[in-house]
Each structure stands twice: as structure tokens, then as C-alpha cells.
Design a protein around this ligand. Sequence first.
Ligand SMILES: Cc1cc2nc3c(=O)[nH]c(=O)nc-3n(C[C@H](O)[C@H](O)[C@H](O)COP(=O)(O)OP(=O)(O)OC[C@H]3O[C@@H](n4cnc5c(N)ncnc54)[C@H](O)[C@@H]3O)c2cc1C
Ligand code: FES
Length: 261
Amino acid sequence: MKQLFNCEVVSKTFLNEDVYTLKLKRPQQMGDIRPSQFFNLHTKAMPYLKRPISISNFDEETFDFTIIIKGEGTKILSEVKAGDLVEVQGPLGNTYSIDPEHKKVLVIGGGIGVPPQAVLSEALKRDTDAHITVQLGFRNEAYLVERFDGVADVLQIASENVDYDHKGYVTDLTAKALEENDFDMVYVCGPHILIEKVAKMCMTKNVPVQLLMEERMACGIGACMVCTCKVKDDTMPEGYWNKRVCKDGPVFWGSEVLFDA
Ligand SMILES: Cc1cc2nc3c(=O)[nH]c(=O)nc-3n(C[C@H](O)[C@H](O)[C@H](O)COP(=O)(O)OP(=O)(O)OC[C@H]3O[C@@H](n4cnc5c(N)ncnc54)[C@H](O)[C@@H]3O)c2cc1C
Ligand code: FES
């Protein structure tokens, strides 16, 4: 059983109508937090399952979650106030592999996949000398851009409805970037369709890619098998094995995930 903490809300800030950042007090007994890890969040007002949310920032005293209102759970969470308690379970999940030898990396985040990529980009800037290209995709207004501005060598923003660098999908920018550059590593997080498109593009070009999968979850700790994805396994009769995104992930290599099985 992973650690459970009741954490006091320090602040809640809306970044736009549907997106907010919760800043919580970080308990002293909580261990290290690494890029791509997530926590299961719950409040007394939420009648059912915990919601998995990636860490979007942290320091010694506090830790943040940037959350998009999707349904009832994320809506109820958006109603907490400073001083309220939020139950958090974690940190959970494996972490991105960061290699200081890499010279040119591409970081892609779309929608709910943007917040964890801010933590990753800052870690890449701190721990490597790599040239960092960041591509972000939004449906409407962009958010958290100032975090990426500080660390990216190249920052490109796509929105379906607002004019930034590109009006349309972030994957249009990715296709061009993969054509024009030799990347050592690509890191992608976002909705399933975005992850699948980027993984397939990278595989075609033989570029290694790490996928942070934000699948739907129920238990969030490996017990229910709601969150499985298929990974290649030649020892199995079907040629694949079901891995749990919550327990075995959420980061997988593009070369191991089977999207079409
Ligand atoms: C590792 C990980 C990290 C994540 N990080 C972030 C983040 O940083 N920021 C962020 O905004 N979101 C993040 N998410 C997504 C977030 O967990 C969901 O948006 C949230 O759980 C939706 O909950 P809700 O109650 O608001 O919506 P709901 O009303 O529960 O659900 C929205 C939709 O999903 C369906 N659904 C929900 N749960 C399940 C389930 N268990 N099985 C089947 N269908 C289901 C519902 O039917 C509905 O159509 C992350 C998810 C994962 C797995
Ligand atoms: S959510 Fe239950 S096993 Fe992953």
C-alpha cells in the first residue's frame, strides 16, 4: 500500500476557465518526487474513486497539480479552498529515463499531458546539456507557457482554436520537426491519440520515444487491471502481455507498446 497523506491546500489558481493549479503543503515524510510521477487525489466531497494526476511542480515545502476539469471528480476538486485537506496517495509510477549524453531532445505535451512535461523540461535543463525543443498542443488558450519559456531552446505552440505558432494539431509541428532534425530522444504525454501518432512517427524514423500514458484508472495501485496497455512479449502465445499503466508505467518505451493489437 502506497503512502497516504492528508495535505493542506495552500492555494488554488485558475489558469483559465477549465484549468487550475492546486498547491499543497508537502509532508516532510514524503520521499523524493521524480518527473512523470503521479498521485491519486481524493477529497471527502468526492463520492468515489481517487483521480490520478501528474505532479506539475514541487519544492521542499509544497507540490502542485495542474488539472483540467473533465468530469465530476476534477470539478469537485476544483472547489477546494485554501486550508482544506486533500488526500494524496503517492508518489506513484516509474519515471522518465534522462540521459546526460543526449544532445538533442524533443518534448511534446498535449492538453492534460502538458503539466508533467514542465517538470521533465526543467529536469532536462538542470541535468543535461541537451538542446531542448518543446512542442505544446492546446484546444484553446495555452497555459504554463512561462515554465517552458525558461528552459526550452525552441518552444512551439499549437492550438486548434487560438492563433499561436500553428493553428491545428501539435502533431503537425512534430512531423516537421522529425523531418528536419536528428533527435536523440522524444518524450510525449497527452491524450491516447496524440501519444499513438507520435509513437508511430518516431518508430518510422527510428527515433527512440518515451510515452507517458494517462490512461483511465480505477484503483490506481495495480489491483484492478482497468488501466492495462499491450506491450510486446514474444514468449506469450498472442505476442503481447498486458501491463498496468498505474503500476508498471505510466512511462513506456514506444518500441514496446502495441497500438494495433
Ligand atoms: C498517470 C496519469 C496522470 C494524469 N495527469 C493529469 C494531469 O496532470 N492533469 C489532468 O488534468 N489530468 C491528468 N490525468 C487525467 C485525469 O486523471 C482524468 O482527467 C480524471 O481522472 C477525470 O476524472 P473526472 O472525475 O473529472 O472525470 P470523469 O467524469 O470520471 O471521467 C471523464 C470521462 O472518463 C470516463 N472515466 C473516468 N474514469 C474511468 C474509468 N476508471 N474507467 C472508464 N472510464 C472512466 C468517464 O466515463 C467520463 O467519460 C492523468 C491521468 C493519469 C492516468
Ligand atoms: S488502475 Fe487498477 S490496476 Fe491500474
